[in-house]
Design a binder for this molecule. Structure first.
Ligand code: 13P
Length: 251
């Protein structure tokens, strides 16, 4: 049985006060919830403050990105060890905004996933098609390519550190959510692909989150799908009451 996993991606929002207050509010609201894994992913600069605010809670911390090199002349980048040093458990890798706004490639994302696993960070590996790709009927082709390239060279013992997050780009921040059937169809395809690559036991053990305008009102129906194991939440993760309501719905 896969334990549900709900993560909040705060993106480029918050300041120190609001980040600490959101984290503190969630810690209070979600006290005692242990049937769902919960994580929040603040901007890098607030990780330490949020870690402190979450220190006596079950809520884990994640970053929104990571760099694959260990250290050195990589101005502006953050390493896996640095993230672990500020108490991160997870790292979001390959988010569509990094792919499409910052130009990250499948090859770069693969290096980041590999480095994260090697260091003991748990990657939340994002994949998803653009609107025009869905309209052209190439969703499965695009998402399979992203999954295969992102996981290239990663063996079955290591891949189980990964959570895959299916985030159709047309559903992110648009208010348009994939229908539960649309989400299930792609999640089942991804699990099938993982089974081809790693065997059915590994595929069945891995969690696949859905992301894209997930909110309290659509949480139950999305989570009712057999291959939807959790949510990666953007906008609705910025309000204590919304994010807490989603976690409680799943719990
Ligand atoms: P929204 O929930 O705001 O659509 O964002 C989804 C997302 O990109 C999470 O990583």
């Amino acid at each position: 049985m896969r334990k549900p996993f709900i993560a909040g991606n705060w993106k480029m929002n918050m300041n120190t006060d609001s980040a600490v207050s959101l984290a503190g509010g969630l810690a209070k609201e979600l006290d005692g919830v242990d049937t769902v894994d919960v994580a929040v992913c603040p901007p890098f600069v607030y990780l330490r403050a949020v870690a402190t605010a979450l220190s006596s809670s079950n809520i884990a911390l994640g970053s929104q990105n990571v760099y694959f090199e260990e250290k050195g002349a990589f101005t502006g980048e953050i390493s896996c060890e640095m993230l672990k040093d500020v108490c991160c458990t997870y790292a979001i890798i390959g988010h569509s905004e990094r792919r499409h706004v910052m130009g990250e490639t499948d090859a770069l994302i693969n290096k980041k996933i590999s480095a994260a696993i090697n260091s003991g960070l748990l990657p939340i590996f994002c994949v998803g098609e653009l609107l025009e790709e869905r309209q052209a009927g190439t969703t499965n082709k695009v998402v399979s390519r992203q999954v295969k390239s992102g996981l290239e060279g990663i063996c079955k013992e290591r891949v189980q550190a990964v959570t895959v997050a299916y985030e159709p780009v047309w559903a992110i921040g648009t208010g348009l959510t994939a229908t539960p059937d649309q989400a299930q169809e792609v999640h089942a395809m991804i699990r099938g692909l993982l089974a081809d690559l790693y065997g059915n036991d590994v595929a069945q053990s891995m969690r696949i989150q859905y992301g894209g305008s997930a909110k309290p009102g659509n949480t139950a129906e999305l989570m009712s799908q057999p291959d939807v194991d959790g949510l990666l939440v953007g906008g609705a993760s910025l309000k204590v009451e919304d994010f807490a309501a989603m976690v409680k719905t799943v719990a």
